[in-house]
Design a protein around this ligand. Structure first.
Ligand SMILES: Nc1ncnc2c1ncn2[C@@H]1O[C@H](COP(=O)(O)OP(=O)(O)O)[C@@H](O)[C@H]1O
Ligand SMILES: [Mg+2]
Length: 469
């Protein structure tokens, strides 16, 4: 529900007037959408209406309206709404970063202070603090540097608030002389409150958060948002395995209490719209049969949709020529290789040796099998096989078909599971989820440690005991 008197979600997240500290980045993001192309001249590389990269804003966002409406309403309603602190989960390429981008853009457009971070690299808490300080430097209105003496700041600052101008009295923000993240967030929240605005903190790649940092972050946001009821909304995003790690950690209760949402696969209607609409918008055309073929190859994955669309567009020589069945057939074959490289292989590398054996067994039986056969193939007990399949199901690698039957979902392709060696997985440079950088992937042990509620972070085949970090 939106607070009475507030605009609808379509109108925005609320009539707030505080400049966005990340405004430059937010505007850059917006530039990737159609809405801004005319204004900026930026956007996807010329010639393709698709975004075959991680973290790119698609021309047509499909299948996520309900989530965006609910999430937007929750943020607009305020700290008492359960969606005010939420976590979006999904497999690689399911559109997690895209959802964060969309919510950030909507919030920034409505004057929220947006802090957009990812936990894929170390020192997250320091980087959040830096982002808050950056807000203070960018806008005179935001007095975000904590006063270490605990004294009242009590000074008057000239401010510019978008189209408005005004004066800000900054005072009495601190009860504690400490200057940790919590205090900085409290200061920022108070600043935002002066103008009826809110702060949105987003953390992408949440699954990769360092355990110690995760605990500190959880405590700090818990304090600011829940105990002090300050307007600091939190939206995290990460892989499904978070259910077994940080969402079960007893010292991160904040994350358990967040509203969690698993991104569903795109259905056929979404897939058709996601392919046809960008083609049409860019002045191209696709035959009915070709659209049917392309949509059925999407297999629920937004990333795959973008790669198929982009490849078909280029192969056909669109928009000058129509996209036909022949070009879509070739595009799907080429897209399969791209998806294997950028999704299947990193997903495969995240598995333990035993989990890999289970997938190999499934792949050897046309992607579908049952607990008893898998146990037999891999030389483990039925109970062990069942436990591994449950874990693989929770992380999106397999789907349960009932009666102890399981099928591969396509997250790891049968080719990768049957012959991983041919993909040179030890050396492949994998695109980082956010698409901002590449880094070499190392194989990790990743054995699940029930007491620590974490995966082992040591290298595969390491000596000595497993460690959680
Ligand atoms: N709902 C959607 N509709 C169409 N394309 C999407 C959608 N969500 C994501 N995409 C596209 O899919 C690709 C992968 O999305 P991304 O958000 O990076 O996935 P993730 O963060 O889950 O790995 C991007 O190119 C993005 O533009
Ligand atoms: Mg991502």
């Amino acid at each position: 529900m939106i607070r009475s008197g507030q605009p609808s979600v379509e109108d925005g997240l609320g009539a707030c007037v505080v400049l966005c500290p990340e405004v430059v980045r937010c505007v850059q993001k917006l530039c990737y959408s159609n809405r801004m192309l005319a204004l900026s001249g930026l956007g996807p590389p010329a010639g393709t209406p698709f975004s075959p990269h991680f973290g790119g804003t698609p021309n047509t966002l499909v299948g996520r309206d309900d989530l965006l409406t609910t999430l937007g309403s929750g943020l607009a309603t305020g700290p008492n709404d359960k969606w005010y602190t939420s976590i979006v989960m999904g497999v690689r390429g399911s559109g997690k970063t895209t959802i964060l981008n969309e919510i950030e853009d909507r919030a920034a457009a409505d004057g929220w202070v947006v802090l957009s971070l990812d936990a894929g690299t170390p020192l997250l808490l320091d980087r959040i603090t830096q982002a808050i300080a950056h807000a203070g430097r960018s806008y005179e209105s935001l007095e975000t540097v904590a006063d270490t003496t605990g004294r009242s700041v009590g000074k008057s600052l000239g401010i510019r608030l978008g189209p408005l101008e005004g004066k800000l009295e900054a005072s009495d923000y601190f009860e504690s002389p400490q200057t940790g993240l919590r205090e900085h967030l409290v200061v920022l929240a108070h600043q935002a409150m002066k103008y009826g605005a809110s702060v949105l903190l987003t953390v992408d790649e949440l699954h990769a958060i360092d355990r110690g940092e995760g605990r500190r972050l959880a405590n700090d946001i818990q304090h600011v948002t829940r105990r002090a009821s300050l307007p600091v909304a939190f939206v995290g995003a990460g892989l499904l395995e978070m259910r077994r790690t940080l969402m079960r950690d007893r010292k991160m209760t904040f994350f358990h209490r967040c509203e969690d949402y698993e991104l569903p696969p795109l259905d056929d209607v979404d897939a058709r719209l996601g392919l046809a609409s960008p083609i049409e918008d860019a002045g191209g055309s696709i035959t009915a049969d070709a659209l049917h073929l392309g949509a059925s190859a999407v297999n629920g994955s937004p990333y795959r949709l973008q790669v198929i669309g982009d490849t078909a567009w280029r192969l056909a020589g669109a928009p000058a020529k129509p996209i036909t069945v022949d070009t879509v057939e070739s595009a799907v074959t080429a897209a399969n290789r791209t998806v294997e490289k950028n999704i299947s292989i990193p997903a495969w590398q995240d598995l333990t040796g035993r989990e890999k054996s289970v997938l190999t067994s499934l792949a050897g039986r046309n992607g579908r099998s049952n607990v008893a056969r898998i146990a037999q193939d891999t030389g483990i007990s039925n109970r062990q096989a069942s436990g591994l399949l449950t874990s693989l199901r929770d992380s999106g690698y397999v789907a349960a078909l009932g009666d102890a039957d399981y099928a591969m979902t396509g997250l790891v392709s049968p080719r990768v599971a049957l012959d991983p060696g041919s993909f040179e997985i030890d050396t492949v440079e994998t695109k980082h989820e956010t698409g901002n950088r590449t880094y070499p992937k190392r194989l990790r042990c990743r054995k699940w440690m029930p007491r620590a509620r974490a995966y082992c972070v040591m290298g595969e085949g390491h000596a000595g005991r497993c460690r959680s970090g």
